[in-house]
Design a protein around this ligand. Structure first.
Ligand SMILES: *Cc1c(COP(=O)(O)O)cnc(C)c1O
Length: 386
């Protein structure tokens, strides 16, 4: 069932592009720097299982998620590669993470105390990555003293094993890399204070992986660039790789009608025709993640830009076209049609947000169609997903 859908709106995910983007980034890295593919938030809306498998096939050696729940989902779908939870987890859930062989992020001493209590009965060891906050102001320890304390507790036990140590950059996607270099220095200072170094040391997100070779260590964590999107508009034109967006969003024309001067469109009648006009109804709305602020945004029909008019409804929205068109004509909301393209970047600019949020907000109502070599290889309808 979950590979069927019965509506005329869908996202297409080009898995070749996911793999090409990942390989292009790998090309930039020294041979001994591994790639961890970041597939949190359902792979930024693209579909976690499919992207994880494609990324591993293309040379990623591990995966990152934000939640333990997301990691468990990958395991339950047969994914055996190393998985790291980047976000916080409960010490009381340490046995669950250990049992699934999922590594967790540790950002304070109290987690370890709590985890050790709960791991007493556990057969499996828990693998952890210690997070250092070097200037993000989010999770992580900030001082050598905190690191000492953590090392002290850990040396007296054998239930928890340190697999990695890492930090996260706050401004690696900005023109000026000064702040990142400063973060790197703080990271090195704490690193050098450690009694022994764990096998995995990592700091870079996509932006740093493409711009800050000093921060490679032995692994980089690549998210947005794998999906073919620039970490920020600011650095888009100076990236060393030609990123190819993996996701397109399509719908179909459901009704075409003529309205006349004075007729209005949608709730509140905020759009009023000045003359006879052709209005097309599309089966996508804010419950699909096509939010109300996108009113006025262009879509592509037969290679031409045409605007959304009136308020976007929960399940539908309307666009104005110059001439009547065939029902069921394909409409491109994100992607290319002929010479024209609408990118996640364009939508992000319109919504005063970042491209990350555009793909993440595509909801559970949108079926995802996966293609490789131009052929459909998989379909996921999240509505039917068990
Ligand atoms: C999300 C995330 C990443 C990936 O960032 P991109 O900019 O998408 O490459 C890397 N590291 C951490 C800690 C993250 O939370």
């Amino acid at each position: 069932m979950s590979n069927q859908f019965y509506r005329d709106t869908w996202a297409e995910v080009n898995l070749d592009h996911v793999q090409e983007n990942l390989k292009a980034i790998k090309e930039l890295l020294p041979k001994d720097t591994a790639v961890m593919a970041v597939v949190k938030a359902n792979a930024y809306g693209h579909g976690d299982i499919q992207v994880a498998k494609a990324a591993l096939d293309a040379g990623a050696t591990s995966l990152a998620v934000a939640l333990l729940d997301e990691g468990i989902r990958l395991r339950e779908h047969g994914i055996e590669a190393p998985i790291l939870v980047l976000g916080s987890t409960r010490g009381s859930d340490a046995p669950v993470a250990a049992e699934y062989g999922i590594s967790v992020t540790v950002h304070n001493e109290s987690y370890i105390e709590e985890a050790l209590k709960h791991l007493k009965e556990s057969e499996q060891q828990l693998h952890i990555h210690i997070k250092i906050d070097t200037g993000m102001g989010r999770l992580g320890i900030r001082t050598k003293e905190e690191m000492k304390d953590i090392e002290y507790i850990l040396q007296k036990q054998n239930k928890i094993q340190v697999e990695g140590v890492f930090t996260h950059f706050a401004k690696a996607d900005e023109e000026d890399l000064e702040h990142s270099k400063n973060q790197l220095m703080k990271f090195l200072l704490i690193l050098h204070s450690m009694n022994s170094l764990p096998p995995m040391i990592h700091t870079s997100n996509s932006a740093a992986a493409m711009r800050l070779p000093d921060a490679y260590f032995n692994m980089v964590r690549v998210g947005i660039a794998m999906y073919g999107l620039s970490p920020s508009p600011e650095i888009k034109n100076e990236l060393p790789v030609n990123l190819k967006p993996a996701l397109s969003l399509y719908t179909r024309v459901k009704q075409v009608k003529q309205i006349f001067a004075g007729d209005t469109v949608s709730y509140g009648g905020t759009y009023e025709a000045k003359a006879p006009e052709w209005i097309v109804t599309l089966p996508i709305g804010y419950a699909d993640g096509w939010i109300r602020k996108l009113s006025g945004q262009n879509v592509l029909i037969k290679g031409k830009r045409t605007p959304i008019v009136g308020r976007i409804c929960m399940d539908q929205c309307m666009v104005r076209v110059d001439e009547p068109i065939q029902e069921d004509t394909i409409v491109t909301l994100i992607g290319t049609d002929g010479q024209e393209a609408i990118t996640a970047d364009e939508l992000a600019e319109k919504l005063e947000t970042i491209n990350y949020e555009i793909t993440c907000q595509l909801s559970y109502r949108i079926p995802r169609v996966y293609k490789t070599g131009g052929k459909i290889v998989d379909i996921v309808n999240p509505l039917f997903r068990k």
